[in-house]
Every structure is written in C-alpha cells, then in structure tokens.
Ligand binder design. Structure first.
Ligand SMILES: Cc1cc2nc3c(=O)[nH]c(=O)nc-3n(C[C@H](O)[C@H](O)[C@H](O)COP(=O)(O)OP(=O)(O)OC[C@H]3O[C@@H](n4cnc5c(N)ncnc54)[C@H](O)[C@@H]3O)c2cc1C
Length: 445
C-alpha cells in the first residue's frame, strides 16, 4: 500500500491507481502514450483530473485553443476518481455566514452564485453529453451532530435564504429526518438543499476524458511534467527528454502537484488525507434497521466531518479524515477508526464489514477558500479543500477564460494568489494539533 505524501515526495508518478470501489465498477483502460517528439501548443494543461480535463475541453471548444494535457499517471489517478462523488454547491471550508463576514454581502452573493453554478454546470454536462455516471436523486442533507450545531445550521439557512437568495434550502426537523431520510441516533435536525447529488466519479472523469479526445485535445498519459521554465515569452515543460512549449500553462495537479512545481504555487496548499469505506450491499432488514430511506448525499456538521450515502446497489459509502502523515495511511488503526465511526452512526451495522477502503489527498488553502489564479500566463486552481467534484467545472471554465485573456468576475477566489503556509514542512505538526483541538470541539459543541 502507498506511503506517498505530496508534502515530502518530489512527485506522484508511478504511484498505483486507487483500488477503490469505483475501480471495481469499470475496466481500467490502458494509459495513453507520452509525447514522442517536441511539440508547441497554445496551452499546456498539467494534470488529468476534473479540473485539467474540463479546462482543456473549454479551451478547445469555446476559445479555439490548441491544447495538450500532461498526466503523470493516467486520467483519474488523483482525487477525481478517489472521492465520494458528492456534487455540492460549495468549495473550500467557509460557510455562507463566514463568507458574508469576511467579504461583505455583495461579494459573498457572487461567490455563492459561482458555487451554485458549478452544480448546474456538471448537471448540464451530464445531460448534454449523455454521460453515464450513476447520477443519483437530487438532495444534499447536512445533519446537525448536536443541539448547538442545529442552531448554527438554522442561522446559516436563514442567511442563505434571506441574504444570498438561495431558494433550494429547507430545514428538516429531527422527527421528519428520522421518518423520511435516515434514522441515526446522532442527529438533531438537518438542512437540505435540492441542488446537489451523488455520482460515480470514475465514470464521470472517464467521460470527461472522452469529451476532450473528441474535441481534438492531445492527451498524454504516463507524462510527468518534470520541469516548468519560462524561456522568453513561452513556457517549456520537460517530459522525459521531450520538450513541450506553449505561451500559457494551467497547473491542475491540485494536491498531487509536484512538491516544487513552480514558485507561483510552491508551499501554497496543504495536502490532507481523506479516507473512504464502502460496505457490502445492505440487506432489506439492514436498510430498515438503519432507517436509510434515501440515496441523497449526507454529511454531518463536525469540524472533522463524516460523509455518507447509499450507493445505487445499496452499499453504504462512509468517509472521513485519514492519517496525518502519508507514511501512516495504510495503518490498520485508521481503517478501524473509520469503521468505529460508521458503527457509531449506524449501530445496526455492527457486523457489517467494509469491502473497500481507500484514501486520497485534498488540498487546503491557508485562508480556507479556493484560489483560481493567473499571473504571467501561468494559471492554477488550488484550495477546493475536499469540495471539487462540482466546483472543478466552474474553476475549469474560469481558468480557460483567464488564459484566453477573457475577463472573469472580480472576486477574491479569482483575483488573489493562494497565501503561503509560513512553515510548510512543519504543517503536518500543525495539522496534528488542529485534529486534536477539533476532536475536543466536536465533543463539546
Ligand atoms: C477521499 C476523497 C473524497 C472526496 N470527496 C469529495 C466529494 O464527495 N465531493 C467533492 O466535491 N469533492 C470531493 N473530494 C475532492 C475532489 O475529489 C477534488 O477536489 C477534485 O477531484 C480535484 O480535481 P482536480 O482535477 O483538481 O485534481 P486531481 O483529480 O487530484 O488531479 C490531478 C492530477 O494531476 C496529475 N499531476 C500532478 N502533478 C503532475 C505533473 N507534474 N505532471 C503531470 N501530471 C500531474 C496527477 O497524477 C492527478 O491525476 C474528495 C477528495 C478525496 C481525496
């Protein structure tokens, strides 16, 4: 099992494709070949996940650019085929209320709108291109883990409805939650939005791959961008002994970027492990006992959140934080910790063992919000913080606009570089301290 940690290792090339539940639902394709000779493009995209693939798609289809994608392993190697498949109207870690406090109402409204548009954008891509990705019923339910958290959810709901004009939201009282959605002993009411849904992320990322191939983007897999330098007006990227040149570059390696990819991005994000379990299909008796009556996606309100949903075949997917250090990710105690959390949330599943367990990295920004930023014709997207299935589509569209010289909304998520972590190599110790404080806070609050 992998011990890869992007904070300490130079790059991710050669790491294995995650043996996730998703990988069991499709045949893994043979990777495409790396470039065999030097090339020149309008734009080089580094990274073949949701962000890189869709940036290339929009550049080719809406901005008439000649584009190539360099993917170190194969499409979907990174977070895009390891995630829980929740397409949500959010990104980063700031709540609606926190955005309002930080930026004022007008900016918060516009950023909120970007997050909402992201979900519509993915839904439209799925519809327009007949993408088969096991899209589930609409609905994202955020469940309060305490009385205090329920009060917090209610004030957030009022702010989002009255100030940010969100009409997809409703409050669900605990008796209604238990009768119609889920009967867990740890709930205190919930907020539900109809603007979110679950899907199979590996099927989605592979469909994005087909889309870019159909529109003439050159996709190179097994192609690590080793070195990125500017020569005159153009960037030159080295892949094995081949040089690829372009005036513009998009770095879409997210948490899997090379440790030192470019000074614009180095030390500006923290890769954090998240971990997922998938059980065997639940029996009818187990479904009745857990009171799981929906395939809508769910998350709790803890600082260290648990997220879960019933998959189309009635397996339960359950996710939460992973190990702090990459070298520890395969240690059994982390799997046991997640299994214990699952059983605490669903006491009826004491004897239901998980059949799949895998991990992946998300990228957190120091100021808890995403940064889609372009300087000197070099653009990047970072800081989705575990919320990128939908937002990557909007980010990709904005990246394509930025490198094509088109205006984008004047918002902090598009205009400010991600701040640097002050003591990057000590970040894991900070993360360890944060987890311990958060565990305490989640118990008390
Ligand atoms: C366990 C887990 C659960 C999650 N659950 C959810 C969820 O339910 N909902 C949600 O919204 N978000 C979720 N996320 C986050 C979401 O998966 C990510 O935000 C999203 O997939 C990021 O996509 P991306 O294309 O930006 O990056 P990635 O998918 O990580 O792609 C980056 C790619 O770049 C390649 N690469 C890196 N460096 C180089 C280089 N130098 N040269 C060439 N290629 C390179 C890598 O090989 C990789 O394939 C989750 C993440 C994890 C890990």
């Amino acid at each position: 099992m992998s011990t890869y940690d992007p904070l300490y290792q130079a790059h991710c090339q050669g790491e294995a494709f995650a043996s996730s539940y998703w990988a069991s639902t499709c045949q893994l394709e043979k990777p495409m070949a790396p470039p065999q000779r030097d090339h020149t493009y309008d734009v080089i995209v580094i990274g073949g996940g949701f962000t890189g693939l869709l940036s290339a798609f929009y550049l080719a289809t809406e901005f008439n650019q000649k584009v190539c994608i360099l993917e170190a392993n194969q499409v979907g190697f990174g977070a895009s085929a390891r995630n829980a498949g929740f397409a949500l109207p959010s990104s980063g870690r700031l709540s609606a209320l926190q955005m309002g406090k930080k930026w004022g109402v007008e900016i918060a409204q516009q950023i909120y709108h970007e997050y909402q548009t992201a979900v519509s954008r993915v839904a439209e891509l799925i519809d327009q291109h007949d993408i088969e990705c096991d899209k589930q019923e609409q609905g994202y339910i955020k469940i309060a883990h305490s009385h205090n958290a329920a009060k917090g959810l209610l004030s957030g709901l009022e702010y989002s409805q009255n100030v940010l004009n969100d009409n997809h939201l409703s409050f669900i009282h605990n008796d209604e939650l238990q009768a119609n959605y889920i009967n867990t002993p740890n709930s205190f009411g919930a907020v539900r939005t109809t603007h979110g849904f679950g899907l199979n992320p590996l099927k989605l990322v592979r469909s994005y791959k087909s889309l870019v191939q159909q529109v003439g983007v050159d996709l190179y897999e097994q192609s690590l961008a080793q070195q990125l330098v500017k020569k005159g007006q153009a960037y030159r990227v080295k892949v094995n002994d081949i040089h690829i040149t372009a005036k513009k570059v998009i770095i879409a390696g997210n948490a899997y970027n090379n440790r030192q990819i470019h000074h614009h991005l180095n030390n500006r994000y923290l890769p954090i492990l998240s971990s997922i379990l998938v059980t065997r299909p639940l029996s009818t008796d187990e479904l009745i006992a857990t009171g799981l009556k929906t395939h809508q996606v769910m998350m709790d309100t803890r600082t260290l959140k648990y997220y879960y949903r019933l998959l189309p075949d009635n397996r339960l997917l359950f996710g939460g934080r992973g190990a702090v250090f990459g070298k520890d990710q395969a240690k059994l105690k982390y799997r046991h910790h997640l299994e214990a959390a699952l059983k605490h949330s669903f006491p009826a599943l004491q004897n239901c063992h998980s059949e799949y367990h895998w991990h992946g990295y998300i990228a957190a920004a120091l100021d808890d919000h995403p940064h889609i930023y372009c300087e000197d014709n070099l653009a990047y997207a970072i800081g989705y913080c575990g919320s990128g299935v939908a937002f990557s589509a909007q980010a990709a569209y904005r990246l394509a606009q930025m490198v094509s010289g088109q205006p984008v909304p004047k918002l902090p998520i598009y205009q400010t570089p991600a701040p640097k972590f002050p003591f990057a190599t000590l970040s894991r110790l900070g993360q360890y301290g944060f987890y311990n404080l958060a565990i305490l806070k989640d118990r008390l609050y």
